[in-house]
Design a protein around this ligand. Sequence first.
Ligand code: 4AD
Ligand code: MG
Length: 447
Amino acid sequence: MAEHISVSQISKYIGQEVTIKGWVYNRTDKGKLCFLLVRDGSGFVQCVAFKGDLEPEVFDKVMRLPQESSVIITGVVREDKRAPGIPGGYELGVKQIEIVQEAAPEYPMSLKDHGPDFALDHRHLWIRMQSQWAILKVRSTVMAATREWLNTNGFLEMSTPILTPAAAEGTTTLFETEYFDEGKAYLAQTGQLYNEANIFAFGRVYCFGPTFRAEKSKTRRHLTEFWMLEPEIAFCDLDGLMEVEEKMIQHIAQRVMRDCMAELKFLNRDISKLENIQAPFPRMSYDDAANYLLDLYEKETDPERKELLKFEWGMDFGAPHETELTKLHDKPLFVYGYPSAVKAFYMEPWPGRPEVCKSVDLLAPEGYGEICGGSERMSSHDALLARIHKEGLPEEAFKWYLELRKYGSVPHSGFGMGVERVVAWLCGIEHIREAIPFPRTIKRVYP
Ligand code: 4AD
Ligand code: MG
């Protein structure tokens, strides 16, 4: 019996007889030859059936096999530069084929182009397509590389709750649910506050899970359910935080280039752009960024663009502003020291400038914008309490959070990385909804 192999490993089996188990992705017939592009979950490979090698009735069936039929194929691996597939460059000369199920005809996600709504309605099938498969493979690699870097740099993974009693990132964007006799509970917008408790027990921690935002944003960068990685570090200031971020992002990019080169090439990603992702990343203060943007705005003569670039000190950046700033470099850019008014309540004020906070966003180049948001946290009990009052937040709900500042408070910092935004950037795709298997947006909870 031939060895059952994964398509991703096929280059190790040249000249050998092997078995692959998978699904027919595409079929082209050329008289006595039938080319099947077969996918097995690990990759896509061309299998060539020659009429003379198979029983006549078997060959006849193969010639009529519908897309997505499941098959077990045994054959000999050949190197052939022209052979399509991912990784591509290899083919299997079919000796034996077992049809596990002949798929129903008229597969809805045929290989022609589909409109976005149709594709999203058929997401359960769309994920089988080469482009979607490649993106989601990169996603899995990004997640594995993230954990790998954190686990080897002294971080412990702590799971934080998804059902929470109060808002952490502003009150207007919460999904709400009844919670037995306890009143309302909310789906977590962040695990950060709980991680701030965790660092006093474990030093360096991270949580990695789904995050929920009910904001009515319909942009290509927003999901209502997305995955966020949140490291939190004791005895760490804003500079220390940026060093952690850039090292981790560099590691992720390098892992993706090592493990997903075939997928990136299939997606036509410009690899040279990814090779630039090397620490240290440039750092720019909000003040400098604001001056630069103001200047751009004032010089702009096209009225439509001028409206988009409208800016004054104190504003949060819009997507066009972020795009302009990142054009200054070919690496991700740190912008630090935002006005406190546009950031969350827990951020440490800038020494001597209370209107500014020790916050930092990491902006990805090529128009991808904010991929990480973080800050040094307020470590003084009284300053934090005053801020909670000023924001009109329920003090009762933050009693435990305030208590962290009473027993061994230290400077500490953390950030959140949006997984889908990183994946969309590394893959060079337009919309982050393709960077998660089953996207949730304000218009979609199906399938
Ligand atoms: O900047 P955000 O809102 O930061 C926090 O929630 C902090 N509590 C994180 C922390 O310091 N532990 O979100 C962090 C990142 C953003 O930079 C972005 O990449 C991603 O999460 N993100 C979203 N991704 C997809 N859809 C959305 N609606 C997102 N909102 C934020
Ligand atoms: Mg943010």
